[in-house]
Ligand binder design. Structure first.
Ligand code: SF4
Length: 347
């Protein structure tokens, strides 16, 4: 254990959040304490993090077992010089959130891509900054946080579109908001009669599971609309007793969980790793929902897996795990028109 905090502070999600590693000297200090003999060189680090910041919670750092690119946690979260390699086909907005031709971002805090559901972006802040993030262009930038008037405009929009039956809180990571801010949003949504459900997309169960406090879970479970949580586990090394305990507590309160993974080179691009991941999720009562083809986001070619390889992995998994444990392998189209399934032809 490299962090000499007492258990109470370690288990406090706000402590984890406040002590996130954001700079090179802290990162190298942590690496040295963990026994690594390979500090991250300064060269290029500032260049990389000036366009896309770094953030690592102490808890998530503690899940590393090796301190180089061969470790699946390290590879997801520590900036790599390979991010400077930007290919001509890579994009700033790889899933077309902002495509003006589609007009799918009618308001600052809202994306309306599918008829019956919208994304609500209350914050652009995350607990960690994943190196493969498809919203690199906005996450971590306070200018993209929604102000009160942006949220009010979003509620008004949803209210005036009776065809919308689901709101997905995303970002950024909505669970980085304090309880009061989050509950204000959930209560406002609860009052919209035609809304049938709310979803929260979050990486906190993976990188700071202490955020799933029993108090917040109790309140969410008493809302008059079902709230589904979509977590974001990518590797079995992320599934810990701590994560399991906190998630199962919320599940016991009646809050259902889904999981979205991204297929990532050198991290989870093998059938055996994914089989272990999906079955471990099922054991935690989380339904593996999507396996995403990594988006064509700038500076991420070292993390992307060829679609053909993804299909081969899916073929290997078919029959090895129960159907309900096998997620849909999907690709988000770059024009903003949404997801399409990537499937093997069986007949
Ligand atoms: S938590 Fe999600 S939005 Fe935030 S950096 Fe990671 S992938 Fe991007």
């Amino acid at each position: 254990m490299i962090f000499h905090e007492n258990e109470q502070r370690w288990n406090d999600w706000t402590w984890q959040h406040a002590h996130s590693c954001k700079d090179l000297s802290t990162l190298n200090e942590w690496l040295e304490k963990a026994g690594s003999k390979n500090p991250i060189p300064k060269k290029h680090f500032n260049e990389i993090t000036s366009s896309y910041r770094m953030g690592i919670t102490p808890y998530y750092f503690s899940l590393m077992t090796r301190y180089d690119e061969s470790d699946p946690i390290f590879r997801q979260i520590v900036p790599s010089n390979e991010e400077l390699n930007i290919l001509p086909e890579e994009l700033i907005d790889p899933i077309g959130d902002e495509n003006p031709a589609r007009g799918s971002r009618p308001l600052k805090a809202l994306i309306h891509r599918y008829t019956n559901r919208v994304l609500l972006i209350p914050t652009a802040q995350c607990a960690v900054y994943c190196r493969f993030c498809f919203r690199k262009r906005l996450v971590g930038d306070t200018a993209h946080n929604a102000r009160e008037e942006d949220l009010r405009a979003a509620y008004g929009y949803i209210q005036s579109h009776p065809e919308i039956d689901e709101v997905i809180l995303t970002g950024g990571d909505p669970l980085t908001l304090g309880d009061q801010s989050l509950l204000t949003i959930l209560k406002a949504l609860e009052r919209i009669p035609h809304l049938r459900m709310i979803r929260i997309h979050t990486r906190l169960p993976v990188v700071n599971p202490f955020r799933l406090t029993p108090e917040l879970g109790e309140i969410i479970s008493t809302l008059n609309k079902p709230v589904w949580v979509s977590a974001h586990f990518n590797h079995p090394q992320e599934i810990t007793d701590t994560a399991r305990e906190h998630i199962l507590k919320w599940v016991s309160l009646g809050i259902p969980f889904l999981n979205q993974s991204v297929l990532l080179q050198g991290i989870n691009d093998s059938a055996s790793i994914l089989q272990d991941l999906f079955m471990s999720l099922i054991e935690m009562k989380i339904k593996p929902y999507y396996l995403h083809q990594a988006d064509m986001v700038q500076g991420t070619s070292h993390l992307r897996v060829a679609q053909q390889r993804g299909l081969e992995i899916l073929k290997e998994l078919q029959g090895e795990i129960p159907g309900y444990a096998l997620p849909h392998y999907v690709l988000d189209r770059s024009d903003g028109s949404g997801k399409i399934p990537l499937q093997n032809q069986w007949i």
